[in-house]
Design a protein around this ligand. Sequence first.
Ligand code: AMP
Length: 125
Amino acid sequence: MVRTTETSTDQTEEMNADCLFCKIVAGEIRTEMVAESDTAVAFRDINPKAPVHVLVVPRSHHADVSALAGADPQALADVIGLADQVASDLADGQYRLICNVGPKAGQTIFHAHAHVLAGTQLSGF
Ligand code: AMP
């Protein structure tokens, strides 16, 4: 199996001082937090693309979910578990989970995260 690491970095640390999502995790920037676990937080996206659009973010800093999967697979499982909980709590448990990895995929914040989209009939792609 070929694993693309073109846009991933080895940057794995508890907190990156220049990272927006690290600042949100630390409570330095306010957001509408909807759920938390020991390893991840969930907050509403500032530019929602669906009635429920929540970002689920691991507390530790990894550049993207590819790096997270390599460094801490349990933390990635925890992200998906919290996403599932959010979709049940805020919608009907049906959701789309999107993880952008790299600028070509549309990633703009380089701290691993999953988008939970729910609350409506989502268009196919
Ligand atoms: P991505 O493009 O996959 O990296 O997703 C980054 C997401 O973060 C985008 O959907 C933005 O709307 C969202 N975002 C950026 N800044 C904030 C913020 N301060 N609070 C909540 N969401 C944000």
